[in-house]
Ligand binder design. Structure first.
Ligand code: IPE
Ligand code: IPE
Ligand code: MG
Length: 246
């Protein structure tokens, strides 16, 4: 059977999991796994840009991760500040446009300021769009969007009948960007863990046992190869998809 030829996914989403297990296997504290994971982020951003991916969305910290031990949360927050300090200039040189999604007001003022600076500095870049999800939850995102629409309806700005999937999409954190085409999750678990619930509706899913600190360009290439072999039918029949190509 002939397969879909839109070979490179426009939007790749990644659940970067397995840092803690990577560290434990080496007899090190969990934090060293998170630190080691920064290198994989760098490599994945490079790989995505090289392969012509337009949007990369990375899950760095979930709304549920606030429930981890306090010392792990605070060391992660320090790591985010440090990574921003170290990486933003290079991202900018590489024409990457950086954005953050999530309940950013839950973060420290210092971290929020660094994020805002990085977003502003890279706003005009035209290469890869890199979204980093911090304090993000898919349910939070959808509930937020619903609340905004309800507010508009109550204020008489929109009609209740105008609330449909497109309207809701337009209020989500990634409004204006296409849905995720491919989800990669490292660390061996096959679940979504409250990541982009809305945007993953028709994503191809790629789960690998590789732990995040060991994820590299070769692994990224494997995920893209899996994607390239898929026929994306979006509810239609395979024959319909084939016919639409001619
Ligand atoms: C993912 O790695 C990073 C974050 C959730 C911040 P984990 O810390 O979840 O690593 P494991 O799953 O315990 O190995
Ligand atoms: C998902 O990983 C969140 C991030 C990678 C940031 P978790 O380690 O928090 O997911 P669960 O708890 O195993 O589902
Ligand atoms: Mg985990």
């Amino acid at each position: 059977m002939h397969v879909e030829t839109a070979i490179v996914p426009s939007h790749v989403a990644v659940i970067m999991d397995g840092n803690g297990r990577w560290a434990r296997a080496r007899g090190k504290p969990r934090h060293s796994g998170h630190r080691a994971g920064v290198k994989s982020v760098r490599e994945t951003v490079e790989a995505a840009a090289e392969r012509g991916v337009q949007i990369l969305t990375l899950f760095a910290f979930s709304s549920e991760n606030w429930g981890r031990p306090e010392d792990e949360v605070s060391s992660l927050m320090r790591l985010f500040v440090e990574a921003l300090r170290r990486e933003v200039a290079e991202l900018h040189r590489n024409n990457v446009r950086l954005r953050f999604i999530g309940a950013l007001d839950q973060l420290s003022d210092g971290l929020q300021a660094k994020m805002a600076d990085a977003v502003e500095k890279t706003a005009q870049n035209t290469g890869l769009t890199l979204n980093i999800a911090v304090a993000y939850g898919g349910r939070w995102d959808i509930a937020n969007a619903a609340r905004k629409l309800a507010g508009k309806a109550v204020a008489g700005e929109i009609d209740v009948d105008a609330i449909d999937a497109d309207a809701l999409s337009g209020e989500l954190q990634l409004a204006g960007l296409p849905d995720a085409d491919l989800l990669i999750r490292t660390g061996g678990e096959q679940r979504i863990s409250n990541f982009l619930l809305w945007h993953l509706a028709y994503a191809e899913l790629w789960f690998t046992d590789v732990l995040w600190p060991e994820f590299d360009k070769a692994e990224f290439a494997r995920a893209l190869a899996h994607f390239a072999g898929k026929q994306r039918r979006f509810g239609q029949t395979g024959d319909q998809v084939e016919a639409a190509k001619c």
